[in-house]
Structures are given as structure tokens and as C-alpha cells.
Write a protein that binds this ligand. Structure first.
Ligand code: SAJ
Length: 446
């Protein structure tokens, strides 16, 4: 199939890098976003998100004339939908008296509807947004057929999950293996031809629902593995053990690779996608559901650690929270457990000042955000490290001691180890590390 022009709906973390990749490979791309401020920012050659290297490729794509940013779709050879699929904040589902989160598919629905007037015979439509199983067949295809054309016969429809890691998107878009699931075998083939314009990783063809399930399985697998790491951190504290040391030693086993505990699981992928299984099969997705609950509860354990470090009382205490992003070296605050920890501490009456180096000006409503590290540390009694940003990892005990009078440190991501905090007067508390118990203590606690 020949692709002269592609229309990409949704210019976020996935749609925008994908649009620039096609444009860099000589295809005319119309990038569409419904948010006017995103359109304006991109038209001016500036980014509305943080992703290393993306600024330069965007500017090149616009300057070459291959990428046009618009608020409306246009006729094209292929349409690619890369809009968000979050869950509803308030609307929940219930199964056996337990509540679960439900996918908000409104953006996918309206992006698909926006394509209908432009759809022509022989076009290809690809859904990239992470979606509950059967979305391509049961939601997207029927909407597109309102055009009077028949999916699979008159036009091609496929699902292709994105699997890139924020922070490394440009490299992974090209190098990662890709899965394309077609409504028909011809649809999968058309999708494979489209992505082969820039993808160097192997392109595997399958059916649409398998491809949807593959994506959810990947992130669910990771979520469950992080849940067990988080549960191990709680057990280690109970038994007076260093979870990080125990995990490292257990991972020496050739068939064991345990992930890292932390303040919880955030981002718009791993903390969201497993719910799509729970929502569509609550009777079966029991382990998946439990893992979500374990990870969602982890911020409460961080709060308990801080309470312990402060001698039992949080009310009125001054806390500097370092990092609000959902993981190191990104600016994304979506579903961030660090934000949840700050909110929980505030509920306990603590006075929290946060510092997020990737968003120093605008933190979040309701969170007191400092513009600099030293401003955040000014009145602090305890320094709480929530994200392992490179800037924080590099802090030396002397440097920190010169910036704050606080001498209590709580590290939730295990990046402050290996430095002599004690000589600089600090007491370091680490998530997942229990007070060492003597053997007789251990016996008595059994
Ligand atoms: N986390 C831990 N412990 C770990 C690893 C991660 O607590 O050992 C936490 C992180 O701090 C973060 C969350 O999990 O809060 C998720 O971070 P992540 O780096 O594991 O993943 P994401 O959400 O940035 O990207 C994931 C990736 N999926 C997998 O690795 C299976 C990426 O490849 C996907 O493209 C992306 O989801 C997506 O868009 O779905």
C-alpha cells in the first residue's frame, strides 16, 4: 500500500513522536489535537510535553513542511488514533460488593467519529490507544461503518499497541518490536506496511483482539511484579530485614528477577491498564485486581514510614517532599504515587513543601510547590525522597546539610544508600528496611 498522507489524532506522548517519525521519513502528516493550546504550542515549534530529543525532531518536521498541526482531521490514506484512555475518576463498577475503575473511552469514540466524514475506500484506520479487549471490533469498526463503508472489506482496521518507555520514546519507537492486529489479515498487512516506514524492530501480525490483549498483558505483568516487590518491602520491615538486599540476593537465582519496591505505581499505563481486564472480566481477573489494590495502598506505607521517622506525630510537622513525577527523569505527574503521598501527609496535618525539578513553576493545585530545591528545604524537619531523579541521586551529604537544618531523611526509592549520611549528622530511613532485630527479638515476635 502507498501512504502519501497520514492523519494522526491525538498529539500526546505517543501521537506526537509518532507523527514526527513519519514526517522525518518523508510522509505528509496532519497531526490533530482537540486542545487549542496544544495546537498553538506545536504550531510555534514548541513542546507541551517533556521528552528528550523530541523538540529538535519536531522543529525539523515542521520546517520540512511534512508535519502540519491542526485542530481538525483531513482526508488521508491512513488514520491513526492515539488519544488517552484514562479511567473515570468518580464512576466505578461493582462486582461482589467490591468497586473497580472503569475505562473512559470518550476520547476514542469522538476521535473515531471525527474520521467518519473523511473515510474513503481503501483507507487504513489504526487504533493505538490502550483499550479494553474487543474495542477495535466492537466500538471502533461499528462507528467507522456509519460512513456506509464496510470494515475489513472497503477499508482496513487494525489495532497496534505502543510499547515505548517515556524518557526513551524516540529510540524505542524505531527499535522495539511491534504487534499489529488486524480486523482481517489484509488489515494487519496494511498496518505492517505503514509502520515499516520507520520501525526497525520486527513487526508481528495477528488479529485485533489478540493485539489489544497483548498490550494489557504486558503492563499487567509488570504491575503484578511490582506489587510483589511492594509486598516484600512490607514483609521485610516486619521481619527487620533490608528488602533491597534480600531482593538483590533472591535475584541471583537464575530464574528469579524481582522488581523494585517504591512509593507505588503511577503513570497513565501500568496503574490504569490492568483495570481494563478487571472491568471486562471481574469474575476472572482476581489476582490482577488484588495487585492493583496492593500498589494503590503503597503510599499509605510511605506515610507510616515518615510517621515513624518523626517519632509518631505528623500533625504540624514540616516536610520537604522531593519529586512529584510518577518516575525518575520525566515530567509526568499523572497517577503519581508521590502526589498521593503528599495528599495523604496533608490529610494528617503535615505541612508539605514539594519540589519537582521538571515542573518547578507549576506543581499541582493544593500542593505547595517550591521553585528550587533550597526553597523546598528551608523550613523542613524531614526530607522525603519520593522520586529517584538524577538530580536527587547526585546529592551529597555535605551538600544537603548545607541546604537544610533537617537531619531526618526518608528514602522511598533506595537511591541515597552508599553515602555517609551519618557523618553529616543525618538519620536515614529507607522504605522496605526494618530495624535490625536480634535473633531473640525475632523469636519473640513469632
Ligand atoms: N515502578 C516500580 N518498581 C519498578 C519499576 C517501576 O515501583 O521496579 C513504578 C515506577 O516508579 C512508575 C510505575 O511503576 O510509577 C510505572 O513505571 P514503568 O517505568 O514501569 O512503566 P511506564 O508506565 O513508564 O511504561 C510502561 C512500559 N511497560 C512495560 O514496561 C511493560 C512501557 O513499555 C509501555 O509502553 C508503557 O507502560 C505504556 O505506554 O503502556
Amino acid at each position: 500500500m502507498k501512504f502519501n498522507k497520514i492523519c494522526i489524532l491525538g498529539l500526546g506522548y505517543i501521537g506526537l513522536p509518532t507523527a514526527t517519525m513519519f514526517a522525518a521519513n518523508g510522509v505528509k502528516v496532519v497531526g490533530v489535537d482537540t486542545n487549542p493550546s496544544v495546537v498553538q504550542t506545536l504550531q510555534a515549534g514548541r513542546l507541551h510535553i517533556h521528552e528528550p530529543g523530541l523538540g529538535e525532531v519536531l522543529q525539523k518536521a515542521i520546517a520540512s513542511g511534512n508535519l502540519i498541526v491542526s485542530s481538525r482531521p483531513e482526508p488521508a490514506d491512513a488514520f491513526l488514533i492515539a488519544v488517552p484512555t484514562p479511567f473515570y475518576e468518580t464512576e466505578t463498577g461493582y462486582y461482589n460488593g467490591r468497586s473497580y475503575k472503569k475505562a473512559d473511552m470518550r476520547a476514542v469514540t469522538s476521535a473515531t467519529e471525527a474520521i467518519v466524514p473523511h473515510l474513503r475506500k481503501g483507507n487504513l484506520v489504526i487504533l493505538e490507544s490502550t483499550s479494553p479487549p474487543r474495542t477495535t471490533a466492537d466500538l471502533v469498526a461499528p462507528i467507522l461503518e456509519r460512513s456506509g463503508l464496510k470494515a475489513g472489506a472497503d477499508f482496513y482496521v487494525a489495532y497496534s499497541p505502543e510499547r515505548v518507555l517515556p524518557g526513551q520514546i524516540l529510540r524505542e519507537l524505531v527499535e522495539n518490536a511491534r504487534v499489529i492486529g488486524g480486523l482481517t489479515a489484509e488489515s494487519a498487512q496494511a498496518g505492517a506496511e505503514l509502520y515499516s516506514l520507520f520501525v526497525r524492530g520486527h513487526i508481528h501480525q495477528t488479529d485485533a483482539t489478540t493485539a489489544e490483549m497483548v498490550k494489557l498483558m504486558e503492563n499487567t505483568y509488570r504491575d503484578i511484579n511490582i506489587a510483589i516487590a511492594n509486598e516484600f518491602s512490607r514483609l521485610a520491615e516486619r521481619f527487620g530485614v533490608d528488602a533491597w538486599e534480600a531482593i538483590q540476593l533472591a535475584s541471583l537465582h537464575p530464574r528469579v528477577k524481582i522488581l523494585n519496591p517504591g512509593p507505588g505505581v503511577g503513570g497513565h499505563c501500568i496503574s490504569v491498564d490492568p483495570w481494563f481486564f478487571v472491568e471486562t472480566a471481574p469474575d476472572l481477573a482476581q489476582l490482577i485486581w488484588k495487585a492493583r489494590q496492593v500498589n494503590d495502598a503503597q503510599p499509605h506505607f510511605v506515610v507510616e514510614k515518615v510517621r515513624q521517622a518523626l517519632g509518631g506525630n505528623l500533625s504540624g510537622r514540616w516536610i520537604a517532599a522531593l519529586g512529584l513525577a510518577y518516575k525518575p527523569d520525566v515530567d509526568d505527574l499523572r497517577e503519581s504515587p508521590a502526589v498521593e503521598v503528599v495528599h495523604l501527609l496533608q490529610k494528617e496535618g503535615a505541612r508539605v513543601t514539594a519540589f519537582e525539578p521538571f515542573k518547578p513553576e507549576n506543581g499541582l493545585p493544593g500542593i505547595d510547590s517550591a521553585p528550587t530545591l533550597s526553597a523546598a528545604l528551608q523550613n523542613a524537619e524531614v526530607v522525603l525522597l519520593l522520586v529517584g531523579h538524577t538530580q536527587f541521586r547526585a546529592l551529597s551529604p555535605d551538600q544537603l546539610a548545607s541546604l537544610t537544618s533537617a537531619r531526618v531523611l526518608v528514602d522511598t526509592v533506595n537511591v541515597l544508600t552508599g553515602k555517609d549520611w551519618q557523618s553529616a549528622g543525618f538519620r536515614l530511613w529507607r522504605l522496605g528496611v526494618g530495624e535490625r532485630m536480634s535473633e531473640s527479638d525475632k523469636r519473640n515476635s513469632r
